[in-house]
Design a protein around this ligand. Structure first.
Ligand code: NAD
Length: 354
């Protein structure tokens, strides 16, 4: 067996902890990539991994991703991530969540957790009974920050698409701009509504066809089948469903001068950002444009820690700064010839002192 610090995904992580609690059956990995800017913040994933090394890989990669995302969102938070290794039956017990809460608590605030794939708000409430270092808890009142991050993520993407349209097409409005949206769930649906309000022309797609068709009907847009959305001739392709869609084949199919959407890890591999640039396609780095949700969740946590009421306008103000960051990345990319994804990574690394 090789030591995990020789794994390609190990990136000078500050702390990687294996948690095992015999009584509850909990096995988890908590990875802290960087606490340079503040406590390492990032959600907990509950997943069945065929091989334990896949869980380690996920923890290492996702925690580094959180360092970059939090830094580029201007948050006083570092990057961390936890994965709970679920059994084949994906059984999750209150005892496991309690043991996980104890493990988070033992880190004394160096790691702050929240929901991720397989973990619900109710699970986080259970974890919060054992530790205060939790975010993503239910909020009361419409004007409170926190809660479901989807609408905040959508808001950031909407601002980011407008910035991309201005940068690439020289248009200061999305009126009449054709946006093809892949995935009309929490994020994609929210983006569609905001764009429709501004008079954008929409083509919507989802593997749940009824969902996309209903939204297209409501917003006056077109529907496209899931296998046709990436090759739709449009001004902006907005991926809001799956990761790794921008591979050799996906990039070759694109008929859009802009790619700007919320899905995580859109580029299949490093080098695909350059392939987009080679085709003259402007790319909005995913973790920069989709930071609206983490901004909301982080503000909820930070305000609570300081005992302040969390003003939703402060969250909106921070989300409205996403276009400025994208503009900085694209300007640097235009000057240096380095693709925007690599420019963003370099900026993030600098911010976390690497
Ligand atoms: P969601 O589950 O609400 O919506 C995803 C939608 O994509 C679903 O309607 C699903 O049917 C559809 N879909 C799946 N595969 C598809 C395909 N091949 N073609 C078309 N549609 C397909 O999830 P969400 O919260 O809207 O998140 C969407 C993406 O954004 C994910 O990649 C997620 O990781 C990322 N993201 C979400 C947030 C957030 O705040 N929710 C924040 C950052 C990033």
């Amino acid at each position: 067996m090789t030591a995990f610090w020789t794994e390609p995904d190990f990136d000078d992580h500050e702390n990687v902890q294996l948690v095992h609690d015999r009584k509850s059956g909990l096995t988890a990995i908590i990875a802290l990539h960087s606490t340079h800017l503040g406590p390492g913040a990032g959600g907990t994933r509950f997943w069945h991994y065929p091989e334990p090394k896949d869980a380690m890989r996920d923890a290492l990669r996702l925690s580094r991703g959180m360092s970059y995302k939090n830094a580029m969102a201007g948050l006083p938070l570092g990057g961390g991530k936890a994965v709970i290794l679920a059994g084949k039956d994906k059984a999750k017990t209150p005892e496991m969540l309690a043991a996980f809460g104890d493990a988070v608590d033992a880190l004394g605030g160096r790691y702050v957790t929240a929901e991720d794939v397989g973990i619900s708000e109710a699970d986080m409430v259970a974890v919060s009974k054992r530790t205060e270092f939790v975010s993503g808890l239910p909020v009361s009142g419409e004007d409170a920050a926190g809660g479901d991050p989807g609408p905040f993520t959508a808001m950031g993407i909407y601002h980011g698409i407008k910035a991309a349209v201005l940068h690439k097409m020289g248009k200061d409005s999305v009126k009449g701009v054709h946006v093809a949206i892949q995935g009309t769930g929490s994020v994609g649906g929210g983006v569609a509504r905001l764009l429709a309000h501004d008079g954008a022309k929409l083509t919507l797609s989802d593997i749940h066809e009824d969902r996309a068709k209903a939204l297209a009907g409501e917003l006056g847009g077109e529907f496209a089948p899931a296998d046709a959305i990436m090759s739709t001739a449009c001004d902006v392709f907005s991926p809001n469903a799956l990761g790794a869609i921008l591979d050799d084949e996906g990039i070759a199919r694109l008929e859009a001068p802009i790619v700007a959407g919320g899905a995580n890890n859109q580029l299949a591999r490093q080098g695909h950002g350059q392939k987009l640039a080679d085709r003259g396609i402007l790319y909005a780095p995913d973790y920069v444009i989709n930071a609206g949700g983490i901004i909301s969740v982080a503000m909820e946590y930070l305000c609570k820690r300081h005992g302040d009421p969390c003003d939703i306008n402060e969250v909106r103000k921070r989300i409205a700064q996403i276009p400025g960051r994208l503009e900085e990345i694209w300007a640097e990319s235009d000057t240096s010839g380095v693709s925007p994804d690599v420019v963003a990574d370099r900026m993030a690394q600098k911010l976390i002192g690497r």
